[in-house]
Design a protein around this ligand. Structure first.
Ligand code: TXA
Ligand code: MG
Length: 319
């Protein structure tokens, strides 16, 4: 059941991280910064701790979680890293990449983390606070984005508290997340690696290391999805969202990009990195100001723009 206590807001010094690690070892849920978005962490080997993550977020239990590690060797305790996956890890870890790997036989990862699948999603984040916290906890941390299920992901501790205050034990404040969109998810299959989610590592970056198969299909149904996490409506602000808008219609709040200016602007310079870093903060701000209809300028569908447009399409999908 939800935690139901005021949520501690911790800084990221050694004493605060020791306190956060203690809470995690005791089975509590603690939000922490990564370079993509803030995660809601729990001990990945403790069923009750993982169940607490699903409860705090009201997340459907068929949608599995990413296990976060602090050092490359930690992956071997529960997953098999070889072939293309090993090459991708060597190129992009630590960083905004998640690899879906075969679960190792006898792995002590909670079945709630993997939602009963034979695979496990693993990430080694680059954020120094994330890595220090995982090391201090001494266990791998299962962590989805630290937002109520279906809402906009958090890129600051304040965003986390807006969604989950009173439902989690603590949030570690490490400042704003620099990348701003979630990790790229790749799964190695016998036919080759498949992109499951566009994210902070671009397809061009990946292509310099391994060849990717064509994109896995998006499943537009809330029933158990074939590829978990591919629910179409997700990342939703409270207002409706209209994409590829050149100007606002009456009553719309405009989210600008490049030469198309708006009430809020993702990047006036038309810089995709800056736009990704600002995306979720803009959507949170639109929620906070009560925007009921949001028009979004076109974003180029290349590089980080692929991840941005993926999130915007989901935000615009019927709910
Ligand atoms: O940047 C990120 O990835 C952030 C930070 C906190 O690391 N985490 C994040 O977690 O975005 P979440 O739970 O919001 O998204 C995890 C995605 C889901 O779409 C889930 O379905 C997918 O990973 N996933 C997890 N395990 C999987 C598996 N075994 N096979 C396929 N997809 C999996
Ligand atoms: Mg999420």
């Amino acid at each position: 059941s939800p935690h139901n206590q005021p949520t501690l807001r911790l800084c990221a010094d050694d004493a605060a991280l020791a306190q956060a690690a203690q809470l995690l070892r005791a089975g509590q849920q603690v939000a922490f910064p990564t370079e993509t978005v803030y995660g809601l962490g729990g001990n990945a080997m403790d069923d009750a701790a993982v169940a607490g993550i699903y409860a705090a977020k009201a997340r459907p239990s068929f949608n599995p979680l990413i296990v976060h590690i602090a050092d490359l060797d930690d992956v071997n305790a529960f997953a098999v890293l070889d072939g293309d996956s090993r090459a991708l890890a060597a190129a992009f870890w630590p960083g905004p990449l998640t690899l879906v790997l075969p679960l190792r036989g006898g792995a002590r990862v909670s079945k709630l983390v993997t939602a009963g699948l034979e695979t496990v999603a693993v990430r080694l984040p680059a954020h120094p606070v994330a890595r220090a916290l995982i090391r201090a906890a001494g266990v791998p941390l299962a962590a989805p984005s630290a937002n109520p299920s279906g809402r906009v992901s958090p890129t600051t501790a304040q965003h986390v508290l807006q969604g989950l205050d009173g439902r989690i034990a603590a949030v570690v404040d490490g400042g704003p997340s620099g990348v701003g969109v979630e990790s790229t998810i790749i799964m190695a299959t016998p036919e080759g690696p498949v992109l499951l989610r566009a994210g902070g590592v671009t397809p061009q970056d990946v292509a310099s290391v391994v060849g990717l198969l064509p994109h896995a299909p998006v499943v537009a149904d809330s029933a158990r999805p074939a590829a978990p996490g591919q629910l179409l409506s997700h990342y939703a602000p409270k207002g409706t969202v209209r994409l590829n808008a050149l100007a606002p219609k009456a009553g719309e709040t405009m989210l600008g990009f490049g030469e198309i200016s708006g009430d809020l602007t993702l990047s006036a310079a038309g810089d995709l990195r800056e736009a990704a870093a600002n995306l979720f903060a803009c959507l949170h701000q639109l929620d906070a100001t009560g925007a009921t209809a949001i028009a979004v300028a076109p974003i180029p569908d290349e590089g980080l723009g692929l991840a941005i447009n993926d999130r915007l399409r989901r935000a615009a999908a019927p709910r």
